[in-house]
Design a protein around this ligand. Structure first.
Ligand SMILES: *[C@@H]1O[C@H](CO)[C@@H](O)[C@H](O)[C@H]1NC(C)=O
Ligand SMILES: *[C@@H]1O[C@H](CO)[C@@H](O)[C@H](O)[C@H]1NC(C)=O
Ligand SMILES: [Cu+2]
Length: 378
C-alpha cells in the first residue's frame, strides 16, 4: 500500500521533473552525496516552479517608492500602446462577456488568468521587472483615499476624485427580480481625479450604465468611443462595511468553494455584495464603479490582485482538494448565478480573453505554482 503510493507520487513527479536523473547504483556509493545532488537537481530544475524561481506579488504599500514608480510607468506605457481589439469588433468585445463571467464557474479562474495576462503584458511589452502588486483591502479600510495606493502622490495610482456632493450608488433589481432598491454608502470624492500619475486620465469605453448615481450610458450602449475624465469615489464607509479584517478572516475560514464565493462575491440584488463588489464600489466613479468597464481604472488590477490572493491563500489551506474544487454551489454553473439553470462548469471550460491575450482552460489555472504559473503572494 505504502509502496504503491510512493510509486504513484513518483509517477506524478516525473510529469513535472522530467530533467532530473536518478542515481543508478544506490548500494555502492555515498548516499549522503547522492541525496544532496539529487535534491539540488530537483530544486534547480528550471522547468519546475520551485523556491528559487517563484515570483512574489506584494502589497502596494510595501513596495519602495522606486518600485511603485516602475509599476506606475509600466501601466502608463501599456495604456499608450495601440489597442488590440480591431475597430470592426468595437471595444465592447470583453464587455459582452461580462455576464457569463460573473457568478459563474469561470469567475475565479478567469480573473486569475486576466490579471496574469495583464502582468505579462506589463513585463513583456513595457519592460516592467516587478510583479503585479495587490491592494490589501482591510489594511486601509477606514480611509483608502489616504493609502499609498490613492493618496495622490507621484508613487500612487492617482488620487481620489475631487469632492462633489453626491449620494452613493443604488442597486436596482432588474424587472422580474424581487427585492428593494439598495442604497450603498457614498465615498468622499465623486468627481474627477486631478492628482497623482493618473490625473486627468482619459477613459474611452463605456459606461454601459445600469447603476443609479453612476454616469448614464455612453454612445452605442456604452460600447462606442466616449472620451472623458477618470472619476473616483473612494471612501472608508463602503470599504469598512464590505472588506474589513473579519471579512478576510471569514473568507479564509470558509469550508468549501460555495461558501467562499457567496461571501467573496456576495449575492446579487441583496445588500451583501461581498468584498468583490464592495471594493469595486469603493473605487467607484467612472469607470471604476461599473461592472462592465471597471478594468479601465488602474485600480481594478490591484483589487483583482487581492481577489486572487485571497483565493490563493484559501486554496493553500488544503491544496490537494482545493486546486480541483471550483464548481460548487449556485456559482459553479455556466450561467450567471445559474440563471437560467445550466450545467456545472467543468475543468475543461475555456477561459476566453478575446483580444486581450491568449486563452486557456480552467484546469490550467487552478494553482499558482503549477501550469503556466509560478507565483505566490506575500
Ligand atoms: C488636470 O486638469 C485640471 C483641470 O482642467 C488642471 O487644473 C490640472 O492642471 C490638470 N492636471 C494635470 C496633471 O494635467
Ligand atoms: C465587516 O465586514 C462584514 C462583511 O464581510 C460586515 O458584516 C461587518 O459589518 C463589517 N464590519 C464593520 C465594522 O463594518
Ligand atoms: Cu471585479
Amino acid at each position: 500500500m505504502r509502496f504503491t503510493s510512493i510509486v504513484s507520487a513518483a509517477v506524478f513527479a516525473s510529469a513535472t521533473l522530467a530533467a532530473v536523473v536518478l542515481p543508478r547504483d544506490l548500494a555502492k556509493s555515498d548516499s549522503k552525496q547522492q541525496a544532496i545532488d539529487l535534491i539540488e537537481d530537483i530544486k534547480t530544475n528550471e522547468a519546475t516552479c520551485n523556491a528559487r524561481n517563484v515570483a512574489f506579488r506584494r502589497e502596494y504599500g510595501s513596495l519602495s517608492k522606486e518600485e511603485r514608480l516602475d509599476y506606475v510607468n509600466a501601466v502608463k506605457c501599456l495604456q499608450q500602446l495601440p489597442p488590440r481589439t480591431p475597430e470592426s469588433v468595437a471595444p465592447g468585445a470583453r464587455s459582452r462577456q461580462t455576464l457569463s463571467i460573473h457568478y459563474s464557474g469561470v469567475f475565479p479562474p478567469w480573473h486569475r488568468w486576466f490579471v496574469y495576462t495583464y502582468e505579462e503584458a506589463l513585463r513583456e511589452e513595457c519592460g516592467y521587472k516587478g510583479y503585479q502588486p495587490y491592494w490589501d483591502w482591510a489594511k486601509y479600510a477606514s480611509a483608502p483615499e489616504d493609502s499609498p495606493l490613492f493618496n495622490g502622490d507621484d508613487y500612487s495610482l492617482g488620487g481620489n476624485g475631487d469632492y462633489v456632493p453626491h449620494n452613493g450608488p443604488v442597486i436596482i433589481p432588474p424587472e422580474g427580480v424581487s427585492g428593494d432598491t439598495i442604497p450603498l454608502p457614498a465615498g468622499t470624492g465623486g468627481g474627477y481625479v486631478t492628482t497623482g500619475p493618473f490625473a486627468n486620465m482619459t477613459i474611452n469605453l463605456g459606461p454601459v450604465g445600469g447603476i443609479q448615481g453612476g454616469a448614464p450610458p455612453g454612445p452605442d450602449g456604452g460600447l462606442g468611443y466616449n472620451p472623458r475624465g477618470l472619476m473616483r469615489d473612494l471612501g472608508g464607509a463602503m470599504n469598512t462595511r464590505y472588506a474589513n479584517y473579519s471579512t478576510v478572516l471569514n473568507l479564509l475560514l470558509k469550508p468549501d468553494i460555495e461558501q467562499y464565493r457567496l461571501l467573496s462575491e456576495g449575492v446579487p440584488y441583496t445588500p451583501e455584495i461581498g468584498p468583490h463588489g464592495g471594493i469595486h464600489y469603493t473605487i467607484g466613479g467612472d469607470p471604476g464603479g461599473e461592472l462592465f468597464t471597471s478594468p479601465g481604472d488602474p485600480a481594478f488590477w490591484v483589487h483583482h490582485g487581492m481577489m486572487d490572493r485571497m483565493w490563493t491563500f484559501w486554496q493553500a489551506i488544503n491544496p490537494n482538494q482545493r486546486h480541483r474544487e471550483f464548481n460548487g454551489g449556485p456559482y459553479g454553473h455556466i450561467t450567471w448565478a445559474n440563471e437560467p439553470p445550466s450545467r456545472k462548469a467543468s475543468l475543461g471550460v475555456p477561459i476566453d480573453m478575446g483580444y486581450a491575450g491568449d486563452s486557456t482552460v480552467i484546469r490550467e489555472v487552478m494553482g499558482t505554482l503549477s501550469g503556466p504559473f509560478c507565483y505566490f503572494y506575500l
